[in-house]
Write a protein that binds this ligand. Structure first.
Ligand SMILES: [Zn+2]
Length: 415
């Protein structure tokens, strides 16, 4: 089984300089390969593969001897990654997007497919063409080292991620059975809170996140006032990068804690809304809160953790009117599309609803219906309303619940 371990790396000044330089070579090679493949396609409609880019690299090495200073296998890895980016794009263009050029200002990385060594005793990592680099191995691993990736954050921190293969069999997961609706936990992804569960639990974002964000806005304003290319500006840029890193860590912390707790609950199944995160980020009003809650990261982590525990994980269609349906009598109240409405009273049965909790109960119910393959309840959502809701959410053209059932079936076979 493959597992990744991440550690902080502490190169000395000359090692850091070399690592940056080699990362720069990898970025150059990646971008060069991308440019070559793009041009070949645009000018002649031809597609170029990994092998073609490697041949190009060998020519480039003669023209630009500085490329030879970097570890040659790392340069090939960069081209391999480019190829993977293309393969992913052609397989699922909606999810992956066309490969982009790598920027000098984002995270830089170097990959070593082999020939790295670890010394847990002396707390150091041997890197080809660099030598022994001090590293804090806060936990040991056993097994064969596969790919080693060193990354350089814009904040100046160095990290190493080591992929390890060991003899351990993937643990056998016993599938939990879903007997009735109470076995399904519904999750409503929040705008204010991280998420709300149908059992009433609310997970908040990291308590200090708002504070860091305030600091970020202040330091970003300062950055924009500094003169381009000045030493002051560079110092300020590092400061901003450090705060960004901290915010990312704080978000990750909240996501890991919440997903672990949800996966640890006794429910045999978890139902979530199949949010089109990309579509939501484009909507400016929601943009901030969406990225705050790190929804897509949250859903991915939750799915993995649930499956590892043998829970069924279902995604309910996103145009399903979870916030607008009364979880007691089923009445659809279209008047509450506005996200500002946090509480409402059902005009039919007069139940007082807290928006997110009501939504999560509906998601649990719809999740159960999908798992049990029950028919849709009679007549609450008319075809006209359904179309209206679809347009409202700019959702994909899913026309009926039968389609959702088929999607679910496909997903279930992947389990
Ligand atoms: Zn009602």
């Amino acid at each position: 089984m493959l597992k990744a371990f991440k550690y902080r790396l502490y190169p000395d000044d000359s090692q850091a300089r070399l690592l940056r330089q080699h990362a720069g070579c990898c970025r150059y090679v990646f971008n060069m390969g991308l440019e070559y493949r793009r041009k070949a396609y645009r000018r002649r409609g031809e597609s170029r593969g990994y092998g073609d880019t490697v041949r190009l690299l060998n020519i480039m090495k003669k023209e630009k001897p500085w490329l030879r200073e970097a570890y040659s296998q790392s340069l090939q890895s960069a081209l391999r990654n480019l190829d993977t980016a293309y393969v992913n794009f052609f397989r699922d263009p909606g999810h992956f997007g066309y490969p982009n050029f790598k920027r000098k200002t984002s995270v830089q990385s170097i990959q070593y497919p082999q020939n790295c060594k670890v010394d847990f005793q002396e707390q150091k990592l041997h890197v080809p063409k660099i030598g022994w680099v001090p590293c804090i191995f806060h936990r040991r691993f056993e097994g064969r080292m596969k790919t080693v990736t060193i990354s350089i954050e814009p904040s100046g921190e160095f990290h190493v991620s080591i992929l390890v293969e060991n003899e351990d069999e993937t643990p056998v997961v016993i599938q939990q059975s879903v007997k009735d609706e109470s076995d399904v936990l519904g999750i409503d992804m929040g705008v204010k809170a991280l998420c709300t569960c149908s059992d009433g639990t609310v997970f908040e974002n990291n308590r200090y996140l708002a504070k860091s964000e305030k600091r970020l806005r202040r330091e970003q304003r300062r950055l924009s006032r500094k003169k381009k290319g000045s030493a002051n500006r560079n110092r300020q840029r590092i400061k901003v990068a450090k705060i960004n890193k901290k915010i990312a860590n704080q978000r990750k912390d909240a996501v890991e804690k919440a997903t672990a707790e949800i996966a640890g609950k006794s429910h045999a199944a978890v139902a979530v809304e199949n949010l089109n995160v990309k579509g939501m980020v484009k909507n400016h009003h929601l943009a901030k809160s969406v990225s705050d809650a790190s929804m897509s990261a949250f859903l991915t982590r939750l799915e993995t953790k649930c499956r590892n525990k043998g829970k069924t994980f279902v995604k309910v269609d996103r145009w399903f009117p979870s916030s607008q349906t009364c979880s007691v009598c089923g009445h659809v109240n279209k008047g509450i599309r506005d996200l500002k409405i946090r509480e409402w009273v059902c005009p039919r049965c007069h139940t007082r609803h807290e928006r997110d909790n009501n939504a999560s109960i509906n998601i649990a119910r719809e999740g159960y219906r999908l798992i049990a393959r029950l028919p849709m309840d009679g007549g609450e959502v008319t075809p006209v309303e359904k179309t209206a809701l679809q347009q409202d959410n700019q959702g994909p053209a899913v026309t009926d619940f039968a389609e959702a059932g088929r999607v679910l079936e496909r997903e279930a076979t992947c389990l």
